[in-house]
Design a protein around this ligand. Structure first.
Ligand code: SAH
Length: 218
């Protein structure tokens, strides 16, 4: 069948290899992040009709008005997050289709991920189970609140942009931890907050475009 051939061509390890080459050209240097992205089948998380574009450097719709981030921005955020002093626990805000959680699962011992849209979370749960990813803990909840009972986290990565820096999340960051997140409404920027014994240090990175982080459950 024509469709199947197209599927094989666009979703193979070679296609992923080309994505990794492109990420290197875009300035991603961390070999662990590149290897994790090179081995995670991104197309599995995307609707079949769009799977042929899974490895392009674009964000794609994942249903319910949400999008999966483009490979470059996932790589960039994870490269910053793996700089944390420890890699026991990472918190992801915005599970979406589960792709970034699957990549994080290769970089941290346990991945906690929160999604406000129940339907997306259910789908992500099935995908991650099918892929035998065993170190993710999925939670239906409001990411603005984090997961107090699992805190502190060595890293926190937000896949949706809050209008301001959520203080609850800063407080759930471990000493030596790093929080990587987009912030803003019309104009958004990527930032990183690092926590040390002395307090918090914030750096502003680059202009980005994410879906908004919304309060409450759906
Ligand atoms: N990491 C995801 C990207 C999903 S896009 C992936 O790999 O597919 C961002 C997600 O954040 C959306 O699914 C959206 O529903 C979710 N989101 C928005 N506001 C949220 C909040 N307050 N708490 C938890 N999730 C939220």
């Amino acid at each position: 069948m024509k469709h199947e051939f197209a599927g094989i061509g666009m979703t193979s390890a070679r296609t992923r290899g080309r994505m990794v080459d492109r990420l290197r050209q875009q300035g991603i240097r961390n070999e662990e992040v590149l290897a994790a992205m090179g081995s995670t089948p991104r197309h599995i998380f995307i609707d079949e009709a769009l799977a042929h574009r899974a490895y392009d450097d674009v964000s794609l719709p994942i249903g319910l008005g949400q999008t999966i981030s483009q490979p470059y921005i996932v790589a960039k955020m994870l490269e910053l997050a793996v700089g944390a002093a420890r890699r026991d626990k990472v918190l992801e805000i915005g599970t979406g289709c589960g792709y970034q959680a699957a990549v994080l699962a290769q970089l941290f011992k346990t991945v906690y991920t929160v999604e406000r849209v129940a339907q997306l979370l259910d789908r992500a749960r099935v995908k991650l189970r099918d892929m035998r990813v065993n170190n993710t803990r999925l939670r239906h909840g409001d990411g603005f609140l984090g997961i107090p009972d699992a805190a502190p986290f060595d890293a926190i990565v937000m896949a949706a942009a809050p209008p301001y820096v959520p203080e609850a999340l800063m407080n759930q960051l471990a000493i030596g931890g790093k929080m990587v997140f987009p912030v803003g409404t019309v104009n958004q920027e990527l930032r990183m907050i690092e926590r040390s014994e002395e307090g918090f240090t914030e750096s502003k990175l680059e202009r980005v475009r994410f879906v908004p982080m919304l309060p409450g459950l759906a």
